[in-house]
Design a protein around this ligand. Structure first.
Ligand code: HEC
Length: 116
């Protein structure tokens, strides 16, 4: 997914906060991320550690993962963060709206790029 979802460049500081926040991205429930303020025991390990992911994957690949990881792996347990159709068993709060807005996605991607 090479084309940014918004015209505004992602803000890595905002993206970092979204990734770490259990009410927003909650990426830490499945991924170890180099976030010194979070105790090591908090991170889940369902997904691979994201340390170095900005060097392993291109911006386009990172964006695809965050928007809808099912494009790559239909069996994935990683939530599709920015799709609103084709979902099942959606919590009422999320019906008709994606977990992360387009700008949230760009911010998270900008943060992931910094993990080198
Ligand atoms: C419920 C668990 C879960 C959550 C929550 C989750 N992920 Fe994942 N993620 C995975 C799994 C599992 C994989 C491994 C590939 C696959 O199965 O799709 C993965 C893969 C990835 C990859 C590719 C890593 C690599 O080295 O190839 C990135 C990047 C990623 N996730 C970012 C995120 C971000 C950013 C968030 C939060 C916005 C997030 N993930 C939330 C489970 C999760």
């Amino acid at each position: 997914m090479p084309v940014p979802l918004t015209g505004r460049p992602g803000d890595p500081r905002r993206g970092r906060a979204i990734a770490a926040n259990s009410d927003r991205g909650n990426c830490i429930i499945c991924h170890a991320i180099p976030l010194p303020e979070i105790p090591a025991g908090v991170f889940g390990d369902l997904g691979p550690p994201l340390d170095g992911v900005g060097a392993r994957l291109s911006v386009a690949e990172l964006r695809s993962r965050v928007v809808d990881a099912r494009e790559l792996n239909p069996q994935t347990v990683m939530p599709p963060y920015h799709v609103i159709s084709g979902l099942h068993r959606v919590q009422r709060h999320y019906v008709g709206r994606p977990i992360l807005s387009a700008q949230d996605v760009e911010d998270v991607v900008a943060y992931l790029v910094t993990l080198r």
